[in-house]
Design a protein. Structure first.
Length: 317
């Protein structure tokens, strides 16, 4: 065996997060890579993940696409391509945070198996315990602790790098046992995982050294991406959403001037928007925002209708 490879065994089961921390403490190189027991890399993957750091010194991290292999068909498929963000290359870190706010795990990873980090950044970003006000033991499974390794460096660097080629493989089975994530997928219990990551991102956002306008944009996206139009689930959603954030965080201070938010608002009719806004906390800032959001949504809806009518007007003339 290569003399640079060192094997360690814990005296007891530390659980995933404490084990990652021990690995980080034992590591000595400039860069840090986690690879879980049921994952494997393509030959040359480390070199490909490392090279962008030399080409672009302002990167927070690099990551690649992955293939998830199933032991049984899922949706008629035996494998699935994940984390492919075309065309790849250098991407602003805000885009990673935005996709995290929308919880779009199709194109961004939360598993560090897909990424390479600077060791110093991983040490700074490592979070042994992520606060959670909901009734889930997220830390026991590392759900949110892993994503902090991505989110926290995004605050300090302007860009990250994506390699579209799938250099990483996930296996459903680990030593004959179904993995935790796959057991939730097959049992329909993914809501627990989703809530853990949403709560972790909310706590990251509240503590992050980001401009207030950026925080507002991201938590606005979080809310309007998920808020249901159905009245019977809306109240429960808003209560649950508020619990994602630390107590006292003003998650209801929305940023509505960005085109991304206007697109999310445009998915609802003015009547539904009014109903959603009426369910928000009754504070002066919300009352003013209601008027702005309704005005913005009405303008967008009128513009959309006008664009639909224009072709028929031209053909009639």
């Amino acid at each position: 065996m290569d003399s640079r490879v060192k094997c360690y065994r814990n005296d007891r089961n530390l659980g995933p997060v404490a084990n990652w921390l021990r690995c980080l403490g034992l590591s000595q190189g400039e860069y840090f890579k986690i690879l879980f027991s049921d994952d494997w890399l393509e030959p040359g993957a480390i070199e490909q993940l490392l090279q962008p750091f030399h080409d672009y010194p302002d990167l927070a991290f690099t990551y690649c696409s992955a293939i998830h292999h199933y032991s049984q068909p899922l949706g008629g498929q035996m494998e699935r391509l994940l984390f492919q963000h075309l065309p790849g290359g250098v991407i602003p870190t805000f885009e990673f945070l935005w996709e995290s706010a929308l919880y779009d795990l199709e194109i961004i990873p939360v598993t560090p198996s897909a990424a390479l980090f600077r060791r110093a950044d991983a040490i700074d970003a490592f979070t042994l315990t992520v606060p959670c006000r909901m009734e889930f033991d997220c830390n026991r499974r590392g759900m949110g602790n892993d994503a902090m390794l991505f989110w926290k460096p995004c605050v300090n660097y302007p860009n990250h790098y994506h390699i579209p080629e799938p250099l990483l493989h996930f296996a459903e089975d680990a030593e004959g046992e179904v993995s935790f994530t796959m057991s939730m997928i097959r049992s329909g219990s993914l809501k627990t995982e989703r809530n853990c990551y949403i709560s972790a991102f909310a706590h990251f956002l509240a503590a992050a050294n980001l401009p207030e306008s950026t925080k507002q944009l991201l938590h606005t996206g979080m809310f309007w991406q998920r808020v249901p139009a159905e009245p019977d689930t809306r109240s429960a959603f808003i209560s649950e959403f508020s619990l994602c954030f630390p107590e006292g965080y003003p998650w209801w201070k929305f940023q509505v001037d960005d085109s991304r938010i206007r697109t999310l608002l445009g998915r609802h009719s003015p009547r539904i928007l009014q109903a959603i806004l009426s369910a928000l906390p009754a504070v002066p800032e919300v009352l003013f925002l209601k008027l702005r959001i309704l005005l913005s949504a009405t303008k967008l809806r009128l513009r959309t209708l006008l664009n639909q009518v224009k072709p028929s007007l031209k053909s009639g003339s």
